[in-house]
Design a protein around this ligand. Structure first.
Ligand SMILES: [Zn+2]
Length: 204
């Protein structure tokens, strides 16, 4: 492994470098056995990722990262519910992770379900869709079903970020103090590319 990046932008650049390797189908060589042994005494992941549970969106693979590099929390639609928030807080507070990537993706089934507007068959499924619905509400004036869906996928990333800042005083304080940086991103299924979204929804 090379030098470990420390500043936020260096950390992000390092993730993008890994993503480029993934896109090219040329992941870095791994020493899984020695890495596993080295990590058996503890972990110090610099990066937290909140991503969708979709089987095609695997953060460690798509950023070409190793054991111990990413603290990953995954929920359908990358919703930041209380358990997800607690998991993010755990990493930020006890593992001192510096960067939190909120990773949405194209063709997200959870966003699609929220867009469809049908009542999910169980209360648990409804709890996911209910959290995503505001993302779709925010773009429903846009023309074209496909375009609305694409905008909603982006809006849902912003929504998760807003939920994190609104509902976690701990994470909000860390962001305000400059000890944690939120990065909003979107994964493109076909190309494997991760793109960074602007901080403000209106620029998306
Ligand atoms: Zn999804």
């Amino acid at each position: 492994m090379g030098r470990v990046p420390t500043k936020t932008e260096e950390i992000w650049a390092d993730l993008l470098e890994g993503n480029r390797r993934f896109q090219a189908g040329k992941p870095a060589a791994r020493e899984l056995v020695s890495r596993r042994a080295a990590l058996s005494q503890g972990q110090n992941p610099q990066v937290i990722v909140l991503a969708c549970a979709d089987s095609r969106v695997c953060p460690s693979l798509l950023f070409d990262k190793d054991l111990g590099d990413l603290f990953v929390v995954r929920t359908a639609g990358n919703v930041a519910d209380p358990v997800a928030l607690g998991s993010l807080e755990f990493a930020a507070e006890y593992l001192h992770s510096r960067v939190l990537v909120i990773l949405g993706h194209e063709q997200c089934g959870a966003v699609g379900a929220a867009a469809a507007g049908e009542k999910p068959p169980t209360p648990n499924l409804e709890s996911i869709v209910a959290r995503i619905r505001p993302a779709f509400e925010s773009v429903k004036g846009s023309p074209g079903t496909g375009r609305r869906l694409r905008l909603a996928e982006r809006a849902n990333v912003h929504l998760s970020a807003d939920d994190i800042l609104r509902n976690s005083p701990l994470l909000r304080a860390k962001v305000a103090a400059g000890n944690l940086t939120l990065i909003k991103a979107l994964y493109r299924l076909r190309t494997g590319q991760v793109i960074r979204l602007p901080n403000e929804p209106r620029e998306s």
